[in-house]
Design a protein around this ligand. Structure first.
Ligand SMILES: [Cu+2]
Length: 449
């Protein structure tokens, strides 16, 4: 809840600073660092295969002990910058949410130490991985809970390759709501039949961070207000880059409480995998919007044949918005200029919203007219080369360039369109459009009356 004093403090800052950025609490260097996309290291990924890049994340290093790959996960409270201007008190692993991606190779023997630095017990379940029952990580059912301060050992041999995930199977309602999850990628031992040049992964999630607060509310069941790729929201989500002609794979996992239709512009996904492994060649299908159900994974692949900045986003429009105040009256089409003028006499700076649509909302917050509670992002944000992008939440860009070097993951900046290839204002008088006017149906007389 935002107190009146905090509101006044915020307004004063807006007036003094002008830009809305001035009201935001800046993330510390460490909070920023955990959200940087790390290019792949020379990890072992099987013969000639491409390592995974976790957008706004990283892969966990391991050590070798007598032929066993040893990983160490630490469950702990972490801070996560969702986008510049918003830092959230989460729980995660090894300093970040999502936890670092585990990458290994089919046939590997892995040993995973799990240390609990949370204030309550936890466990880890290895979603989709075939393993001995006692390694499955279901607290109470297959193992005792890992108490605060304790370290447990999981060890098993990887008998599959594909895309999997890990998450607690203890007090899930709280632990998942606060951001505890990570991806587990098992590469094939042999070279893949079709070479993959870029292999990206991210996890879909939802949080309820009420306006003016910084800790997700774990009692919310469906009415979330932050929709994230790897615990980030637009414009905080890094672009996925590729060189023209490369084959790109995007692995999308969903641990949120809603399904997400993930839509790509300019190309189509070939759906090649799920959390149960690879789909046989003959059963693969194409779609531009890949539905990722709850507790599931979809893997989409495409050849990056068209240079440009192509949007990639959830197709539920409220999932490409940041914190919305949506329990308000629908003012669309209502002329309220005069009401606003009269209220402004009593409340200086008052502004009624949503008369002609919500784009005006983005414009107001962008120039700092609207007063936002502390640590709360505007509903729509992001500046593109042509103006405000008016997005939030689950939205990012796939940047395809002729001159991106193989293996170079740095953001090339905005696309420079060839002359004459951008939609433009029509010159002259437009032709008379064909329209269908609304004609009300005739009112039928009541034969009895
Ligand atoms: Cu969605």
């Amino acid at each position: 809840m935002v107190t009146r004093r905090e509101m006044l403090k915020t307004s004063a800052l807006v007036l003094a600073g002008g830009a809305v950025d001035a009201v935001f609490r800046n993330a510390s260097a460490a909070e920023r660092a955990s959200a940087i996309t790390r290019p792949p290291t020379a990890a072992s990924v099987g013969s000639g295969n491409t390592p995974v890049v976790t957008i706004n994340g990283w892969s966990l290093p391991w050590t070798l002990d007598n032929g066993v790959k040893v990983f160490h996960l630490v469950a702990e409270p972490v801070k996560r910058e969702f986008a510049p201007g918003m830092v959230v008190n989460c729980w995660g692993y090894n300093g970040s949410t999502p936890g670092p991606t585990i990458e290994a190779v089919e046939g590997d023997r892995v040993r995973i130490l799990v240390t609990n630095r949370l204030p309550e017990h936890t466990t880890i379940h290895w979603h989709g991985i075939f393993l001995p029952n006692g390694m499955d990580g279901v607290g109470g059912l297959t193992q005792p809970h890992i108490k605060p301060g304790e370290t447990y050992v999981y060890d098993f041999t990887l008998r599959q390759n594909g895309t999997f995930m890990y998450h607690p199977h203890a007090d899930e309602m709280v632990q998942m709501a606060l951001g505890m999850y990570g991806m587990f990628i098992v590469h094939p031992r042999q070279a893949e039949p079709v070479r993959i040049d870029r292999d990206y992964c991210f996890i879909l999630h939802n949080f309820a961070v009420h306006a003016g607060t910084a800790t997700p509310d774990p009692s919310v069941m469906t009415d979330f207000n932050m929709w994230t790729f790897n615990s980030r929201v637009f414009p905080g989500i890094d672009a996925m880059v590729a060189r023209t002609g490369e084959r790109v794979r995007i692995r999308v996992a969903n641990l949120s409480m809603h399904e997400h239709p993930i839509h790509i512009h300019g190309t189509a996904f070939e759906v090649t995998g799920t959390d149960a492994g690879w789909i046989p060649q003959s059963a693969r299908y194409k779609e531009t919007t890949m539905l990722v159900p709850v507790g599931n994974i979809r893997v989409g692949e495409f050849v990056a044949d068209a240079p440009g900045d192509w949007a990639l986003h959830c197709h539920k429009s409220h999932h490409t918005m940041n914190a919305m105040g949506h329990e308000i009256a629908n003012m669309l089409g209502v002329e309220h200029d005069d009401i606003a003028r009269r209220i402004r006499k009593l409340v200086p700076g008052y502004m009624a919203m949503g008369e002609t649509g919500m784009a005006e909302h983005a414009a107001h917050t962008a120039v700092g007219h609207m007063q936002l509670p502390e640590n709360t992002l505007p509903m729509m944000m992001g500046q593109g080369p042509f103006g405000p992008i008016e997005m939030g939440g689950m939205f990012t860009v796939v940047k395809i360039r002729d001159h991106q070097k193989p293996g170079d993951y740095t953001d090339p900046g905005w696309y420079r369109h060839p002359r004459g290839t951008v939609a433009r204002k029509f010159q002259g008088k437009p032709p008379v459009p064909v329209t269908q006017p609304f004609v009300p149906a005739p009112v039928e007389k009541n034969p009895a009356g």
